[in-house]
Design a protein around this ligand. Sequence first.
Ligand code: SF4
Length: 411
Amino acid sequence: MAHLTVDIGGKPGVNCRGFCEYCYFKHVKEVPPFGCRHCPPYRVGCDYCSRSVREYYQGWKSLRQVGEETLATLQMMTGDVERVTISGGGDPSCYPEFTDLIELLAGMEVPLHIGYTSGKGFDDVGIADFLIDHGLAEVSFTVFSVDPSKRKRYMHDPTPDVSLKILERLCGEIEVYGAAVVLPGINDGKALEETCQWLDDRGAKGLILMRFANRTDQGLILGNSPVIKGQPVQSPQEFQEMVTDLAKQFNMKISGTPLWDPAICSPFAIRNEPDLLDKLPLLQRRATVITGSIAAPAIQAILDARGGGVNVIGTRKEIACLITADDLNALDLAEMESLVVIPGRAFVHDREAERILTADGNDRTVLRGPEMLTADAETSMGMTREGVLLIELEGFSGLIAVINRYGQDSP
Ligand code: SF4
């Protein structure tokens, strides 16, 4: 069984009826490529870190192009297609040939999934039944707020009442995961409770809350900070507490990104699972592990539980996957062991990382760790606790294997 992703192209903001106020792509600048795990050894920059990361599309793909690409992908796939996901840089609800696209994909007679939509492009309530009748089984729908005036003001949705009616109809029939970037003072507090209640009453499967970021250290790496001048931001702890409180109050699943999924206790649920921790290999050598400031304490605790000898250093960047060369440059090399493991997905070229982390003249081996050590809430939303724990078991086993193979012998 296989999943087919249908990419319809589109530029964030441009192909969304204008930028939402909080859109991270709003101020994205032409920055030089960062370098990443996909780059060839002698060149900084590849398609991923220079184009995909900023969802750099020319515009919508024509229906004909989408059809041809889908056919080509299908021909290369083995096994039956289990489900089809529509994705792209722009908002699918704004795709000019949206109904034709759905009719085309419905012909495959497998469940359809819209990976993300804000619903801003839907102006007719009838689209909900059209989608249900054509096999839409799951959608992630940015609600932001169930107060139409807030949707209008902050998402620039020209027909917020219609969008909410569509969302309501879909909630009653298919799997709907709501999403909302939380802007303190605007859609949090009482307004957010109302949004949760509204979704819960209508049968949404879950709501994923996204902590708003407004600074480079919070994760804006494309020269795009601040997204909203003067907009307050929650600390990771405040955000986590808000998610925990809301999750207790409502039946549907409520989780937050970059942290926290209260139903699974992730990220890093394995921290509180002594039996599973015992299944991880014991650490036999020393090393330094670099990660984001949010993950550092949890990774340190897990590695300490397997014998210790590893110092985990949190960068000023909060999120490990968004670490760039600037974050490595700001670290104190005096604390580094002879093996330094950087996050698998860090946006820095291997050679650049090595140059920065040996700039004090000490020889060090710099390696990338596993792609994932845990699942963020966007990943864990549709997963079981066992699935997340498995990702963590594999991730930490991989990290410990790297340290045991290339690390420094303990004195
Ligand atoms: S719909 Fe999404 S991608 Fe488009 S402007 Fe709003 S936040 Fe950005």
